[in-house]
Design a binder for this molecule. Structure first.
Ligand SMILES: [Zn+2]
Length: 209
């Protein structure tokens, strides 16, 4: 297989990164009933085909895209929904597309965030990072990344969407909110840094070890 950059994914998750939706089945049922998904991809666990209302519930920007909604011959470039989580503690998803987050206190950008995040990940759970500008201490899961990264305990991943290529319609976020006890949801994009990144599950096990 040739080296190929990760196209990207549209990620949906509750706004509160600490909130864990307690009923994944209810969320999937809701997504099925509104036509976002249409059953599992045959032979692929936790992967769902997109449904006949996908193009209404997710708005593609720019000129008419050629979106492939079903698996072709041995390629992974079609759009589908995958689930990441649930995780015992909030997980930070970021990638090549991530831009420096802002400190919640002084609002300055943390330009060296990759180093900050690496130290944070290698540290004890729940440790805080220190803002290089004002010294404010903050848990990076609450950083404001705009739509370039995000944290949560359960993620819906719509795969093979370029950053900013498509946005969820308000109706979709509204339905997710209703399916999770009125918890507001938001979205962001993630473009993996490597072609074959460590799986989210593997990271999760490390974190919980
Ligand atoms: Zn600061």
């Amino acid at each position: 297989m040739s080296q190929r950059l990760h196209t990207g994914r549209l990620v949906l998750t509750p706004k509160d990164p600490g909130y864990l939706p307690n009923d994944l089945a209810a969320i999937l049922e809701k997504l099925q009933s509104i036509g976002l998904i249409n059953g599992e991809v045959p032979g692929e666990a936790s992967r769902y085909l997109l449904g006949d209302r996908f193009m209404q519930l997710v708005t593609f920007l720019g000129c008419s895209p050629s979106i492939q909604l079903e698996p072709g011959e041995a390629d992974e470039s079609y759009c589908y929904l995958a689930i990441a989580g649930p995780y015992q503690s909030p997980h930070l998803l970021y990638g090549k597309n991530s831009t420096p987050p802002r400190c919640e206190s002084c609002r300055k950008r943390i330009t060296d965030w990759r180093t900050v995040i690496k130290i944070w990940r290698d540290s004890t759970p729940n440790c805080l990072t220190t803002c290089p500008h004002c010294g404010h201490q903050q848990n990076p899961i609450s950083y404001d990344w705009r739509q370039s990264a995000g944290s949560g305990r359960l993620f819906l991943l719509i795969e093979n969407i370029f950053p900013q290529e498509a946005i969820p319609a308000p109706a979709l976020l509204d339905q997710l909110c209703k399916a999770t006890g009125n918890q507001p949801w938001h979205y962001f994009y993630q473009q993996e840094e490597y072609q074959t990144p460590p799986s989210i599950e593997a990271e999760s096990e490390n974190m919980n070890a």
